[in-house]
Structures are given as C-alpha cells and as structure tokens.
Design a protein around this ligand. Structure first.
Ligand code: GNR
Ligand code: NI
Length: 176
C-alpha cells in the first residue's frame, strides 16, 4: 500500500466554464488496472482538494466512475462504477448548501430528492446495491450529474446562475 501511495498522482480538476465538464460519460465495460490506478488517483485528489466526492468527468476521464467520502475522519473512501440512481420518493426533498471542486468558492442551497437507491459496480468489479439518505444521497446525485455533464448551478434560477457565472468570470479574468 505504501508504494502505491507514493505512486498516486494529483490529478488536475477541470473548472467551469471548461466545455469538457459537459461531456456525457460512457459506462465502464470492464474494471481494469487502468481504471484502478485512476480510482486511486481520484481518491488521493479528492482528499488533497478537501472534497467529499469526485466524478471522473472532473478529471477529464469520461467513463462512469465516482469516489465519495463523507466521513469526518476522511478514512472511508467509497467507489461507485456505473452508478444507476433510482429516486424512491420524488416528493421528499432535502436541501444542502452545495459546493463543487469545479466551481471553487461558489456555493448555493440546492433541493434534491432526500433518498435514492443505487445499483453500481465496486472496485473489484462486483455488482452491488444500497439505499442512501442525507448528505450521501445528495453527494451521489451531485456526482452522477457530473457524469451526465450537469453542474449544481444548472438547478438555480437564471438570475442566481448568471450571478455565479459572472463572479467566476471576474474571478478568473474570462470574457464570455
Ligand atoms: O466537496 C464537495 N462538497 C459538496 C457539498 C454538498 C453537496 C455536494 C458536494 S460535492 C463537492 C465535491 C465535488 O465537486 N464533487 O463533484
Ligand atoms: Ni462537483
């Protein structure tokens, strides 16, 4: 594990308005050593960036892979390959102040379905399923959105979305 740790790379995270963040990721056909190395690097990158989740899309790899760790201790990385989310109750919502490593410094309260069921493939290529609630359910939905090219700002009113976009452009000296 130690030698693997030394080899882990800090990946560059794409930032809005990079058009590559709008790519729809393709399913992983078979979990190979190439995927496992990427996943190890994604977990390392998530911890170094102090994020609670990271989607492969954000590191410019367009296959359906997520890593999440919502634990306080930051010692419980979860890997989800080919995640299929099913919303159990569309009427039951919960709101969280969301941030995104691809929109550093910008936050907004987003309402999402409070619980979801997830089918996925794990790091070892095994099919699994479980039910998520609370912050984990929100984070899974935020990450699966990335795999579909969707960002949290897409849920805001045009006024709020434009305000964030304007601030990103001022902050980063971009003329849109
Ligand atoms: O670090 C992150 N925090 C967060 C907070 C509320 C809802 C979702 C998230 S995910 C985010 C990391 C990220 O950008 N993942 O794509
Ligand atoms: Ni994000």
């Amino acid at each position: 594990m130690q030698s693997k740790f030394i080899k882990m790379k800090l990946l560059k995270i794409l930032e809005f308005p990079d058009p590559r963040l709008r790519t729809k990721a393709k399913p992983v056909e078979k979990v190979t050593d190439v995927h496992k190395e990427l996943i190890d690097d994604m977990i390392h990158t998530m911890y170094e960036s102090k994020g609670i989740g990271l989607a492969a899309t954000q590191v410019d790899f367009h296959e359906r892979i997520l890593v999440i760790d919502i634990s306080e201790e930051r010692d419980d990385p979860q890997v989800f390959i080919n995640p299929e989310v099913e919303i159990l109750n569309k009427d039951e919502k919960s709101g969280y102040e969301e941030g995104c490593l691809s929109l550093p410094g910008h936050f907004a309260e987003i309402e999402r379905p409070a619980t979801c069921h997830l089918d996925y493939v794990d790091y070892n290529g095994k099919k699994k399923a479980f039910k998520a609630e609370g912050l984990l359910a929100t984070c899974i939905q935020h990450e699966v959105d990335h795999l579909n090219g969707v960002l949290f700002i897409d849920y805001l009113s045009k006024l709020k979305k434009d305000m964030i976009i304007k601030n990103v452009c001022v902050q980063r000296n971009i003329f849109l």
